[in-house]
Design a protein around this ligand. Structure first.
Ligand SMILES: C[S@@+](CC[C@H](N)C(=O)[O-])C[C@H]1O[C@@H](n2cnc3c(N)ncnc32)[C@H](O)[C@@H]1O
Length: 380
């Protein structure tokens, strides 16, 4: 399939962008009915090979060369992605191995947990390539299992396992913490994006602190605080995640913990009514908005969550947002407005934090940077 692009789309590709918007296609009437690999042309000259995904407003570039998208293509790309993580960033056996456009492998996210890979694909076309991706990853890393699933619910992608089908669970190490990861859990099984922020929290925790980890999943931040001697409380809406969180407490020899299953907003209000308070409160909620239309409601939710977090904190607040549609300054000013509402002065500790560097951010593809994380000292 040949698609002609306009000047603006052509220039953005020349400036390293790895996506172009559908409005940059001149012959939109020729767009395929289903997901397909398409060739992009500018003034009848070949520009690149890309993935057309009928559920996406963008076309994602695979290569700027007229090359076959075959085993050799994936092998070279994956090898490069692994070398960047291992040789330059210093990761060992647990890291995000493929981060979509960040690695010129759009519609694929692949996390490695020791010898298990967990891959999410966001285009039907990638289902065809899953067997060769498994072969490449096995050859390059010795991974023995690859779990493949769709990135979104209802996206018609059937989960599949390549290799050792019984092996979907492993224990990973992160800073002073150890975690059980099951690749059939949320997303790819674990939130590797928060790795550096979780490790950094350790230096602010003192023996005997009380910590509240809100939206704690399997106890990510809570484990790092618990190993430093804190009493940890965790809240999450998922019972299954909290069962693993308890296992992670035991795995790390943490005795003083308390998990509550339910809606964080309701539970935090109850904790305030009960007169509870914590030295450190950590807020790592899910993305409150999947589209730019919901931003207003999402900001209201962040404002309330941070207000409740500040009311419960007597020393420190860690606050995060993984919403693509909310930029850094908007998120920070929302937290500032929560601090005014809660009448708690806050001081930013260090710089603006983001995702761990294995979640590669290329300069021309701002959408790759989504995680925002701020550490604040709280004045009471
Ligand atoms: C981004 S993850 C948190 C990751 C975690 N901090 C870690 O380091 O592994 C968001 C979590 O929020 C939970 N969640 C979603 N809505 C919630 C709600 N209304 N109340 C409590 N937890 C919620 C999800 O179950 C999920 O575990």
């Amino acid at each position: 399939m040949k698609l002609q692009i306009d000047k603006r789309a052509y220039e953005s590709i020349q400036n390293f962008s790895r996506i172009i918007y559908l409005k940059g296609i001149l012959n939109r009437e020729d767009l395929p009915e289903r997901d397909e690999i398409v060739d992009l042309y500018y003034r009848d000259r070949f520009v690149g090979r890309a993935i057309y995904n009928r559920e996406s407003p963008t076309i994602k570039i695979l290569t700027l060369k007229k090359e076959e998208i075959d085993r050799d293509f994936f092998y070279k790309r994956i090898k490069k992605a692994i070398e960047y993580r291992e040789k330059i960033l210093g990761f060992k056996n647990t890291y995000r191995m493929i981060y979509a456009e960040g690695d010129y492998l759009p519609c694929i996210v692949l996390d490695r947990y020791n010898n298990i890979g967990s891959m999410q694909i966001s285009s039907k076309i990638m289902e065809n390539y899953a067997p060769i991706i498994y072969e490449c990853v096995e050859e390059l890393t010795g991974i023995t299992t690859l779990y493949v699933q769709g990135a979104k619910k209802g996206d018609r992608i059937k989960p599949r396992i390549f290799g050792d089908r019984s092996d979907v669970e492993t224990i990973i190490e992160e800073g002073r913490g150890r975690f059980k990861v099951n690749v059939k859990g949320h997303k790819t099984g674990f939130f590797l994006d928060q790795r550096d922020n979780r490790i950094d929290i350790e230096k602010y925790i003192k023996e005997g602190d009380r910590v509240l980890d809100v939206c704690c999943y399997t106890g990510g931040f809570a484990v790092h605080c618990g190993v430093m001697g804190a009493e940890v409380w965790g809240i999450d809406i998922s019972k299954k995640a909290l069962e693993v969180a308890e296992e992670n407490m035991k795995l790390n020899n943490i005795k003083n913990y308390h998990f509550i299953c339910g809606n964080a907003f309701d539970i935090m209000r109850e904790l305030i009514e009960d007169g509870e308070s914590f030295d450190v409160v950590i807020l790592d909620p899910p993305s409150f908005t999947k589209t730019s239309k919901d931003v207003k409601n999402a900001l209201r939710a962040y404002n309330t969550l941070n207000y409740l977090g500040l009311k419960l904190s007597r020393r420190m607040l860690v606050t995060c947002s993984c919403s693509h549609h909310i930029d850094r300054e908007t998120f920070k000013s929302t937290v500032v407005s929560s601090s005014l509402r809660a009448k708690r002065e806050i001081k930013q500790i260090g710089g603006y934090r983001t995702q761990s560097p294995d979640h590669v951010i290329t300069m021309a593809n701002k959408n790759l940077e989504y995680l925002k994380c701020l550490f604040f000292a709280v004045e009471c």
